[in-house]
Design a protein around this ligand. Structure first.
Ligand code: NAD
Length: 481
């Protein structure tokens, strides 16, 4: 089951996809018992191999062990437990009242396995983002081909051992972009892509040509808006945790902060104090501070740190050999700079003072819709204004990123930050087929349903369809009288 970059066209990956499709079509994956068994096995494998995964994450990303346990493995285990508790209720079909028009008969919408889901994941949370969609797929009675990021190879190799050993319904296809296109051509039933907006566009185009439906979990710039009513220290500590965990390489990390001008200086001081409290005077020595995934991303970050026209009030230092970039805070960068227009995806936090909520809405509204908007306030009016005045995958109050810890809470973007949902009930539904059923007894065969309709028949049909009283169709054929 373990696949290394498949350079040979029509190779084993196609055979794996066929085998998984045959498994789904055999009907074996439909039962609730099968789905629950796979989830239990996956949970056991994650718990058993926790150390292996934590070590791999340290190699790939310098990820601290506690962070790996919480944000990569623990959240998936908690999600599995949540799904197992609720799955019986979700897979039951929804009855649909047939009304007079459908009488006598019964209708429902069943949730059937969709088929083979291609899961393409990024490097920043390679366990969480590689395995979480597999949880939804197995719960849906579907199978999964996981294509992890080639930029986190140690974790990809660990998953390639763990997943197929846990369930016959998952394989791992290691390698680069060509594997994605090869798997799509092999005839998968759904593409679940997590990654950048630019690559999302490419894979969505390829999937579209093959009429493969997609879930796209993409990126963007998530704003945090801090008003003058909130305790600046508490807000700063939560934002610093959300931003600098995994060295800022989190899709829902607060990308930048818009803070009320009255409290902007105090808030910025509290941000710097929180960074020192969490990671010490020299974060490079902190066991709790991660590294940038590779040199290319470090160079990208150093480039967007140039020409922003703001003031670096903390950090800025780097060590390319160690892939280290210090937690960095920039005050008042130009809104037109790359720092304020591109997704940062690294440990750099711009802090911009604004006069009021309408101005904050203007700044947020000038950028594409993000995955998350964070409001830090104690004022219900501000919460309403920010919630109603923005569009985003999620809206969160006085938290930054910790929504990911809520098992079962659906996750997704809107517009350029993505389409479709993962996790919870919506995640399972997305990887299920919603199949309509309607059955009528073979007898009686009502003449009413067939021509010639006649006046009485037409009148009855109008009543059944709740159409208003009979209009005059002048010039129209009158039918049987
Ligand atoms: P990426 O888009 O470069 O790569 C993601 C995956 O796509 C990888 O497996 C890669 O091999 C594959 N890929 C790359 N180029 C491809 C191509 N031309 N054709 C087919 N497949 C291709 O993303 P990344 O650098 O790994 O991750 C960072 C991005 O992911 C950020 O933008 C971040 O916001 C986003 N992200 C989003 C979420 C979310 O849940 N919405 C979560 C994590 C990361």
């Amino acid at each position: 089951m373990l696949r290394v970059q498949s350079d040979v066209p029509g190779g084993e990956l196609a055979a794996d996809v066929s085998r998984l499709r045959a498994l789904v079509r055999s009907g074996a994956t439909s039962s609730l018992a099968w789905r629950l068994d796979q989830l239990v096995a996956l949970r056991s494998a994650l718990v058993r191999d926790e150390d292996v995964l934590v070590r791999a994450l340290a190699v790939d990303l310098g990820k601290p062990a506690a962070e790996a346990m919480i944000t990569e493995i623990g959240v998936v285990v908690a999600e599995i437990d949540y799904v197992r508790r609720h799955l019986a209720g979700w897979v039951r079909g929804d009855k649909v009242r047939v009304g007079l028009a459908g009488w006598p008969g019964r209708a429902s919408v069943e949730r059937c396995p969709l088929g083979v889901v291609l899961v393409v994941s990024p490097w920043n949370y390679p366990v969480y983002l590689g395995v979480m969609p597999v949880v939804s797929a197995l719960a849906a009675g579907s199978c999964a081909v996981v294509k992890p990021s080639e930029l986190a190879p140690a974790t990809a190799a660990a998953l390639a051992r763990l997943l197929p050993a846990a369930t016959p319904a998952a394989v791992v296809a290691e390698g680069g972009p060509s594997v994605v296109h090869e798997a799509l051509s092999a005839g998968v039933d759904h593409l679940f892509f997590t990654g950048s907006t630019a690559v999302g566009r490419i894979v969505a185009e390829s999937a579209g040509r093959l009429l493969v439906p997609v879930t796209l979990e993409l990126g963007g710039k998530c704003p945090a808006v801090v008003d003058a009513t909130v305790d600046p220290r508490a807000a700063a500590r939560r934002i610093v945790w959300g931003k600098f965990a995994n060295a800022g390489q989190t899709c829902v990390a607060p990308d930048y902060v818009l803070v009320h001008q009255e409290v902007a200086d105090r808030f910025a001081d509290e941000v710097c104090a929180a960074v020192r409290a969490f990671y010490g005077a020299d974060p490079r020595r902190s066991p709790d501070y991660g590294r940038i995934v590779d040199k290319r991303h470090l160079d990208r970050l150093l480039q967007i740190l140039e020409g922003h026209a703001g003031r670096v009030v903390l950090g800025g230092g780097c060590d390319p050999d160690d892939r280290y970039l210090a937690p960095t805070v920039v005050r008042e960068p130009a809104l037109s700079s790359r720092l304020m227009r591109e997704e940062i995806f690294g440990p750099v936090l711009p802090v911009v003072a604004v006069a009021d909520v309408p101005r904050a809405l203007e700044v947020v509204g000038a950028l594409p819709d993000p995955l998350a908007v964070y409001a830090f306030t104690r004022d219900a009016g501000t919460i309403r204004a920010l919630r109603d005045g923005t569009r985003s995958g999620g809206f969160f109050v006085n938290v930054a990123k910790s929504q990911l810890g809520i098992a079962g809470l659906a996750f997704g973007g809107i517009g350029q930050s993505g389409t479709g949902s993962s996790r919870g009930r919506l995640g399972v539904e997305a990887l299920s087929q919603h199949r309509s059923l309607y059955a009528r007894p073979a007898w009686p065969d009502l003449a009413l349903h067939h021509p010639p309709y006649g006046n009485l028949g037409t009148w009855l049909l109008r009543r059944m369809l709740h159409m208003p009283g009979r209009p005059r169709h002048e010039g129209a054929p009158t039918g049987r009288s």
